[in-house]
Design a binder for this molecule. Structure first.
Ligand code: SF4
Ligand code: SF4
Length: 307
């Protein structure tokens, strides 16, 4: 199902934001850290393979092509190692919190949700557009810094400058389409990193847990409607057999024994939106505890496949 401009998700996100999102600051901190790592490594000259003028660097020193290439490969492998280690403990947390591409989806949703009524509404809408454009532009520039020395913009020929700026602009336009057309549909169906993690992730020690003790679920459906990848969070981690095969998401990785397949563990990006929705609902029910939370899934065997 296409959820790109899902009105239910938009409405619940707006309600959550209005009543104070729990994870807003944490989300900004994690994504800022993620983006900063991408920018800092090539900016400090720790590693770069310069496709413009052969000014390859490794730990601040000019190096030959092959050593620069090795540095870039090791750098990418190290970043992958961090996300893989995270995946072992908390599943696709990186997809839901640390991935700049996923965050662009959220920035696009913020713009879509903003009402352009009055001066303040329009100013907010423009500011969100600017924030989104700034984020996308910085992200694309960060990736390019790994592959081209920024001095090209000063010392390069007109043609070299045009190529670099042209690639940056094209990628930014791609970011625009991602923010306003594909959004989480890309994360769900097309992202190669996400698809990889989909196949290597099984139940993890920490995930989304649904526990009706001490307070029962009121069956409001908000968690299911807000989920950006079309899961029912209340069923997460339950044996798929118990739920019926119709509930098993397509393209499930073959990482657990037949009969032990667990609903949604590999598809859930641990974004926490369902928890936000559940807690928002329970704000109006003092004394009761929301049944959805981050934690150790109850009654689910811990089992994480290796790559
Ligand atoms: S954390 Fe909740 S909302 Fe986010 S993907 Fe998982 S089930 Fe869906
Ligand atoms: S949001 Fe909470 S109360 Fe509502 S259906 Fe989901 S788990 Fe139940």
């Amino acid at each position: 199902m296409l959820r790109v401009h899902d009105d239910d998700r938009m409405r619940i996100l707006t309600a959550v934001a209005t009543r104070g999102a729990r994870y807003q600051i944490a989300r900004v901190v994690v994504i800022t850290l993620s983006l900063a790592i991408l920018v800092i490594i090539p900016t400090l000259g720790l590693v770069r393979l310069d496709l413009w003028d052969g000014r390859h660097v490794l730990f601040g020193d000019r190096v030959p092509f092959l050593i620069g290439l090795r540095g870039v490969v090791i750098g990418i492998a190290a970043l992958w190692g961090v996300t893989f280690a995270t995946n072992v403990v908390v599943g696709r947390f990186f997809c839901g919190w640390g991935c700049p591409v996923g965050y662009v989806s959220r920035l696009g949703e913020d713009v879509t949700r903003t009402r352009r009524r009055g001066f303040r509404g329009r100013a907010k809408w423009l500011a969100q557009h600017a924030a989104g454009a700034g984020f996308v532009g910085t992200f694309v520039a960060a990736i390019m810094l790994w592959w081209v020395d920024p001095h090209v913009l000063i010392e390069g020929t007109l043609q070299a400058k045009a190529i670099v700026v042209g690639i940056w602009l094209l990628a930014c336009i791609g970011g625009f389409f991602h923010a306003f057309v594909w959004r989480f549909l890309f994360c769900k169906t097309a992202c190669p990193i996400g698809l990889y993690y989909r196949f290597v992730t099984s139940s993890t020690p920490i995930g989304i847990t649904f526990n009706e003790t001490p307070s029962p679920c009121i069956e409001c459906g908000a968690c299911e409607k807000i989920c950006p990848v079309d899961l029912d969070p209340k069923k997460l981690g339950r044996p798929a057999d118990e739920l019926g095969t119709a509930n098993v998401p397509a393209m499930r990785g073959d990482v657990v024994e037949a009969g032990e397949d667990l609903y949604g563990d590999a598809e859930c990006i641990r974004c926490g939106d369902c928890i936000e929705a559940c807690h928002m609902i329970f704000k109006g029910r003092p004394g009761e505890t929301p049944p959805l939370r981050f934690g150790r899934p109850a009654n689910v065997p811990t089992k994480t496949a290796s790559s």
